[in-house]
Design a protein around this ligand. Structure first.
Ligand code: ACO
Length: 373
């Protein structure tokens, strides 16, 4: 029998989901039916997180209760702080985060039913920012700053990272990025989480594996790679020649292209508008010139459009975050989508186990030991 192989599972529909819909034809993305652009314009990130988990936007009472739960669960335990203190400072923050999430799992004694999983999801949502902020500060030789329960999710992250909350427009640009990053159907890291969950393993194992998948530069790691690339090119006038050289070396240009969207990523216009406002506020005209020069040259040369990581990289840079903190920020957001998918997978589980077409040696006999050794 000749099997049809979909390399990289391209074009394969693996299951149904009610969490989000990506439509490349209409260039749209909806979370639980709501266009992501409308959510980014009108909602806080806490409201969007609630929507992803519960299927509906919260009313005022539900939001108050949810915010209170998130704010009360932010502090890290002594034992998590001790584990983080023992991780080498030189390691990538995604490695520290992966270890921290695994450790948080060992501190949670509850069973893996749907209620416990929702509780664990909110715990991770509340605690991951404290890990990310602590790790950036440690790399700068600074002591951690405890969370402030008087502040919302996004403001508190700035407070824990920098000891201050920037102007509301900057917090808003950050919050828009979190809304846009939150969920994207069966992307590589979410699918990883679903595969792990499908074996009836626990939520923390699934999230730890998802962090590993997100770290790679073909996925979440691209937002960091974009900023390294912009630093490397430096001069807007060099964008075209740099690109030609990269093509000649058959290098992938980070922050461009997408497995599903072939005519542009539906999230980019919203993030790009936030980036332009941010750049105007920070007097970063030259960076935007380079951003536009490279983006234009890439579309002209190959017809390949930017993905969400192209505008978020420079946006996080302008907000003051260190480059190795960019992908961990993606985790702070995508933890909502991952855990919504873990809960959905468990509700109608089937072990995820594809087939492979064998392409190795013909069957052969093991030679006797005297002929091998
Ligand atoms: N730079 C250069 N060429 C590219 C790029 C790119 N970024 N993206 C696609 N292409 C080219 C490929 O070389 C290939 O050309 P060929 O047919 O002449 O060989 C063609 O476009 C098709 O590309 P594939 O790699 O087959 O497309 P695929 O769907 O597998 O790749 C991917 C999608 C992995 C995202 C790819 O576009 C890429 O590597 N991009 C850079 C990394 C990146 O930005 N990742 C972030 C993804 S979005 C997110 O995680 C939020």
């Amino acid at each position: 029998m000749t099997a049809t192989i979909s390399k990289g599972l391209a074009g394969v529909v693996a299951d149904t989901t009610a969490i989000s819909m990506v439509n490349p034809e209409s260039n749209s993305l909806t979370y639980r039916g709501y266009p992501v652009q409308e959510l980014a314009a009108a909602c806080t990130f806490e409201e969007v997180a609630y929507l992803l988990w519960h299927g509906e936007l919260p009313d005022a009472g539900q939001l108050r209760e949810f915010e209170a739960a998130e704010r009360s669960r932010r502090p890290l335990s002594r034992s998590t702080l001790d584990v983080l203190a023992r991780i080498p400072e030189s390691c990538h923050p995604m490695d520290a985060l992966r270890t921290a999430v695994s450790h948080l799992g060992s501190e949670d004694p509850t069973e893996d039913d749907a209620d416990a999983n929702l509780h664990a999801s909110i715990d991770l949502f509340a605690r991951i920012p404290a890990v990310v902020a602590l790790v950036q500060r440690r790399r700068r030789g600074l002591a951690p700053i405890p969370p402030d329960p008087a502040l919302g999710f996004a403001e508190n992250f700035f407070h824990m990272t920098f000891g201050e909350v920037p102007a509301p427009e900057i917090v808003r640009a950050f919050e828009i990025s979190l809304v846009l990053y939150a969920e994207h159907s069966f992307n590589a890291s979410t699918f990883t989480a679903r595969v792990v969950t499908s074996t009836l393993s626990d939520l923390y194992s699934a999230v730890t594996a998802a962090i590993g998948a997100l770290k790679g530069p073909l996925h979440g790691g691209a937002n960091e790679a974009v900023m390294h690339m912009l630093h490397e090119i430096e001069d807007p006038a060099r964008a075209g020649s740099w690109l030609a050289e990269a093509f000649a070396e058959k290098r992938k240009i980070m922050g461009f292209g997408h497995r599903v969207y072939k005519n542009g990523d539906s999230r980019v216009p919203t993030m790009e508008a936030a980036l332009r406002d941010l750049a105007a506020a920070k007097d970063a005209g030259r960076l935007m010139e380079l951003y536009d020069a490279l983006g234009g040259a890439m579309v002209r040369a190959k017809g390949i459009h930017p993905n969400l990581d192209y505008p978020t990289g420079p946006a996080y840079h302008l907000m003051g975050f260190d480059i190795p903190t960019f992908t961990p920020i993606f985790v702070m957001s995508r933890i909502t989508g991952w855990t919504a998918h873990i809960i959905e997978q468990l509700a109608a589980n089937s072990l995820i186990r594809p087939l492979s077409a064998y392409a190795g040696h013909e069957e052969r006999r093991v030679p006797e030991a005297s002929r091998r050794l």
